[in-house]
Design a protein around this ligand. Structure first.
Ligand code: FA5
Length: 340
């Protein structure tokens, strides 16, 4: 076959196939046209291809090149027709959705939740709020005055040991040595410095100590501090408040006990424990505010007395949710956290 004849057939094929694809009114007729022109066995493209062998050897490269072009043109026309019909039958495919379709299933949102410690903090604020305590705030980076000095912890006291605190090396800090607060008792001082008695506050936040992590200790944890200063405040008031608090948070069947203890800023001092799994777990320290502390913030210990306490929030949260290892709270494992 002469080259010219072969090319003529190819041109006719492109024209016919394009017309058939463009004219297809639905997916069924498009499929019929596809089989007619592009069918693997009896398709018309295949049929024309067979004449390649009849073209003279010298003309074959030119014939092959044109054949490939024609193949691409026909396939492109088919794809275009497919897109046109698909778009009519399912407008979502084109991305040009103009109407809201209420019959489609909704896309569900992944809801986050509050960390169990945050939930505990909110609950503690609620309980203490009902007992008349308002919430105060203080910084996590503290100076030695608020973390030690004003709390009756002098320079030679072992609590100030660099091995027991996270001191900060702040270049050019003129204000003196800074550290990450090791207890929320710092906020007692800040609140009393701000105004005269009476004072009735709680403060909840992070504290830091270079403790080795184990099942009940973590180097960063949270405390709830309470402070009440007024005329004629006694140890009985402290005990009543801590009992009421424990009954509200842990349940009225919880047993708590006070053990004599020592803190430089309270006199007398106690440790408060609750019973859990046949064990006594310490949940905080407490006591009557030392007269020296009252004096240091300008209060008159002859006129007012007060009590203070500092409770470990993780331990309260763990007791509440039966969490036996404090480290689980900070592994950020969503499978664990989503249970609360
Ligand atoms: C204090 O921090 C005192 N400021 C408490 C206080 C306040 C006493 C006001 C008197 C008046 P203590 O170091 O015992 O006390 O810590 C209090 C509570 O924090 C502990 O009972 C415990 O529940 C919790 N706690 C202490 N260290 C850790 C730790 N590494 N990880 C988790 N919780 C801890």
């Amino acid at each position: 076959m002469a080259l010219a004849e072969f090319l003529k057939q190819l041109d006719a094929l492109v024209a016919a196939a394009t017309a058939a694809f463009d004219g297809a009114a639905d997916e069924a007729s498009l499929e019929a046209a596809r089989i007619e022109y592009l069918g693997a066995k009896k398709g018309r493209l295949k049929a024309v291809q067979k004449f390649m062998g009849a073209v003279g050897a010298a003309d074959r490269p030119a014939a092959g090149k044109r054949l490939n072009e024609v193949k691409t043109q026909i396939e492109t026309a088919f794809t275009a027709a497919q897109g046109r019909l698909g778009a009519v039958e399912n407008p979502r495919r084109t991305g040009e959705v103009t109407a809201f379709d209420p019959t489609l299933p909704g896309r569900s949102l992944r809801l986050g939740r509050l960390h169990p410690i945050t939930q505990t903090i909110e609950e503690l604020k609620g309980i203490m709020g009902r007992l008349g305590f308002s919430v105060a705030e203080g910084p996590e980076i503290e100076d030695e005055w608020h973390n030690f000095e004003a709390l009756n912890i002098p320079l030679e006291h072992p609590a100030r040991d660099p091995l027991d605190n996270f001191y900060l090396a702040v270049a050019g800090a003129a204000a003196g040595t800074l550290l990450l607060r090791s207890q929320t008792s710092t906020v007692q001082i800040r609140v009393m410095e701000q105004g005269p008695p009476p004072v009735r506050i709680i403060t909840l936040g992070r504290v830091y100590r270079p403790d080795t992590a184990d099942a009940t200790h973590y180097p960063m944890f949270h405390q709830m501090e309470g402070l009440l200063v007024d005329r004629q405040v006694t140890m009985a008031d402290l005990k009543s408040v801590l009992r009421l608090f424990a009954a509200s948070f842990l349940g009225s069947d919880v047993h708590i006990r006070f053990r004599p203890s020592f803190f430089p800023f309270t006199e007398p001092s106690v440790e408060a424990d609750f019973q859990w799994h046949d064990q006594w777990i310490e949940f905080g320290g407490a006591g009557m505010v030392d007269p020296n502390v009252l004096q240091m913030v300008g209060y008159d210990p002859e006129q007012v007395t007060g009590f203070a306490f500092g409770l470990g929030i993780e331990r309260l949260c763990m007791r509440r949710h039966n969490i036996t290892d404090i480290r689980a709270l900070y592994r950020n494992d969503v499978r664990f956290l989503r249970q609360f």
